[in-house]
Design a protein around this ligand. Structure first.
Ligand SMILES: [Zn+2]
Length: 425
């Protein structure tokens, strides 16, 4: 449709500037011009979309996405889905994210070795709609650690949720295999997870295994992320330069000092969505709030919130991204994490949205072209009915997300009613 001019919009540009009334011109797949006021763009020949005061902002980033988690209540029911159904399911999840305004997602592990890569490739080739996606490996797990779900008497790889390794050489082979499959990231399960056979504060992966994984990933310029709830696992991430740290609930003072000293290198995504909903809303799936596990998760949530407040005060980059994709955290409800950041961590809505936009561009590895509305940046843009700074919850409502554009193309056009849009040539 040629050049597109969004006019009469409140612009949240993701730079930290307070929203202002203005216009944004998109040319091809890039933002050409951002102006305050009206009639800032000379000439014509572009399609004008009159936003009628709606908020125009950068597309959102989810820092902890699992396209292949299938909204079921257990790890077993995720990996037992046959590959054909699973691929279709994940393709539909990709559509759900972009439909909710998430134009970038960091894959945080796949349920099958090639699944994330296949979905990313299908999105990039235009076969299916979806956000920009960093494809991850399967979770690399230690024997008996988080992700090793095979039975003692049926030791079959496919029966395991994660890719199980023992020792540096098996780790090297696993990382090289995922590199061969085309992953952008490698995921390591450094700590446990309370609902499994390994407690959250345990750290089953050995130093030499982590070192090998990071070395092999770096050799091929891949980035590494980790499931790291225990204090020790967070320190391991800093020691080895593991850039993306998931959860980090139990980071102690030493871990916080280490992180603060290296804050330019790391992102922390606590996955509050998972903790909140596992503690409070998983009753119908067997984790009643007053059961031992429910009580445990409420406690971890409390500790994680305190840890994230400390991190935020220390200037460590804490990003929303909630591990959605379980029965009680269905895909598409991801914007709840923004509400949790405001209500629980005490970040302002502005700070929270910057973490989902500007810092989103950073965690995607493209800080100079993603996550902000600036000339030269990629045109990943959403139009929101209302002011998400006044009420951050509106981003949870699909009806309020009037338009979604990725790479200069509309995934969803705004409703072309006379008051909202006019076509000018
Ligand atoms: Zn996860």
């Amino acid at each position: 449709m040629g050049n597109i001019l969004f006019s009469n919009v409140r612009i949240f540009d993701g730079t930290g500037e307070h929203p202002y009334l203005g216009e944004v011109l998109v040319q091809g797949n890039r933002i050409k011009h951002v102006g305050r006021g009206s009639r800032t763009v000379p000439g014509n020949g572009h399609t004008v979309i009159d936003g009628a005061g709606a908020t125009l902002m950068p597309g959102l980033t989810e820092a902890h996405a699992h396209f292949s988690w299938n909204n079921s209540p257990s790890l077993e029911s995720i990996f037992r889905m046959p590959p054909e159904e699973h691929t279709l399911f994940a393709a539909n999840v990709a559509r759900t994210y972009i439909d909710m305004g998430f134009t970038s997602c960091v894959g945080a592990a796949a349920a099958k070795p090639r699944l994330d890569c296949v979905i990313r490739n299908a999105i990039n080739s235009g076969l299916i709609p979806g956000p920009r996606y960093l494809a991850n490996s399967q979770e690399i797990a230690t024997m008996g650690g988080l992700g090793d779900t095979s039975l003692p008497h049926v030791d079959v790889r496919e029966m395991s949720f994660g890719w199980v390794v023992t020792g540096p050489e098996e780790m090297r082979k696993a990382v090289r295999m995922f590199i061969k499959y085309g992953c952008d990231l490698i995921k390591l399960n450094l700590s446990g997870e309370e609902m499994t056979n390994v407690a959250a504060e345990e750290t089953p992966m050995a130093e030499e295994e982590v070192a090998m994984a990071v070395r092999e990933a770096r050799r091929r310029r891949l980035r590494v992320c980790a499931h790291a709830r225990s204090a020790e696992s967070v320190k391991m991430c800093v020691r080895h330069g593991i850039e993306i740290i998931y959860h980090a609930s139990y980071a102690d003072e030493e871990a916080l000092d280490l992180l603060e000293a290296n804050k330019e290198k790391h992102f922390v995504a606590p996955g509050l969505g998972w903790l909140v909903n596992t503690a409070r809303n998983a009753g119908p799936y067997g984790i009643k709030p007053d059961s031992p596990l429910g009580i445990y998760y409420a406690r971890e949530l409390e500790i994680a919130v305190e840890t994230m407040k400390k991190m935020h005060r220390r200037g460590i980059r804490v990003l929303p991204g909630g591990d959605y994709g379980f029965a009680w955290t269905p895909h598409g409800t991801n914007a709840k994490d923004f509400e949790y950041f405001v209500d629980m961590i005490g970040m302002s809505p502005m700070e929270t949205l910057l973490r989902a936009t500007k810092h989103g561009g950073e965690i995607m590895g493209r800080p100079n072209e993603l996550g902000q509305l600036k000339p030269g940046y990629l045109a990943d843009i959403i139009l929101v009915d209302g002011d998400p700074i006044a009420n951050i919850r509106i981003l949870q409502d699909r009806k309020r997300i009037l338009a979604v554009m990725k790479d200069g193309e509309f995934f969803r056009m705004p409703d072309m009613t006379p008051q909202r849009a006019r076509i000018a040539v």
